[in-house]
Design a binder for this molecule. Structure first.
Ligand SMILES: *[C@@H]1O[C@H](CO)[C@@H](O)[C@H](O)[C@H]1NC(C)=O
Ligand SMILES: *[C@@H]1O[C@H](CO)[C@@H](O)[C@H](O)[C@H]1NC(C)=O
Ligand SMILES: *[C@@H]1O[C@H](CO)[C@@H](O)[C@H](O)[C@H]1NC(C)=O
Length: 195
């Protein structure tokens, strides 16, 4: 009888010693781990794309159109309250420099919608589509675009062709903005996965 009690008591005792010997300060304390070295991009690309929004008068030149608007707006003019609820589909030319009239090297195709009432903020989902001797394939992007901030990072979530399985970050910068009709975004793509 005494022997069996001892067998139960010893592991229990060891458990309590182990538990209470951890200094209480260890709980919730910030532990600094050795810093991971920041990875370096394996590919860096800079492009510009140009968005000309249809406004009821520029059908010949428009590269994007409002396809959805809140009940208090319409599809000709962006809605009030920071364009909240408007969704735009685009097929924008991509150029290597900031000139709208430079020969396009590809198309930026996708959509954005405005998703904040109190400040201009959009959410972007689009692809860069290339089909020329320099680049063939696509790069896919997604992410929040708080467009009043000078630089915004969105995710590069994949790619095809020359950009097979691309992963990384694209830093967007509004390079020009003309009323509600034209804007130009500089896109600084940093891929951290290249194959
Ligand atoms: C369309 O683009 C052409 C060439 O860039 C320009 O001359 C013309 O004024 C534009 N038209 C409209 C309606 O914006
Ligand atoms: C769209 O809304 C704007 C602003 O409220 C208005 O001026 C315009 O006439 C509307 N256009 C159409 C086609 O309903
Ligand atoms: C890409 O360009 C080639 C010609 O260079 C053409 O045969 C092919 O259909 C194009 N692909 C797409 C998806 O447009």
């Amino acid at each position: 009888m005494e022997g069996r009690k001892l067998i139960i008591t010893i592991p229990l005792l060891l458990f309590f010693i182990a538990f209470f010997s951890v200094p209480p300060a260890a709980f919730g304390r910030k532990v600094t781990l050795p810093r991971k070295r920041m990875p370096q991009p394996c590919m860096n690309l800079v492009f510009y794309f140009h968005d000309i929004l249809y406004n009821g008068k520029n059908a010949a030149n428009a590269t994007s159109a409002i396809v959805g608007s809140p009940a208090w707006g319409n599809r000709t003019i962006l809605a009030g309250q920071s364009n909240f609820g408007d969704m735009v589909v685009f097929d924008d030319p991509i150029t290597l420099d900031n000139n709208l009239h430079s020969p396009p090297v590809g198309r930026a195709q996708g959509f954005y919608f405005y998703d904040r009432k109190d400040v201009f903020t959009a959410w972007l989902g689009f692809s860069f589509v290339f089909n020329n001797s320099d680049y063939r394939g696509s790069i896919n992007f997604a992410g929040a675009d708080p467009l009043l901030i000078k630089t915004r990072d969105i995710s590069v979530i994949g790619g095809t062709g020359d950009f097979f399985m691309a992963r990384g970050i694209a830093t967007l910068m509004t390079d020009a903005f003309e009323g509600e009709v034209y804007f130009r975004l500089r896109t600084d793509i940093k891929l951290y996965e290249c194959y």
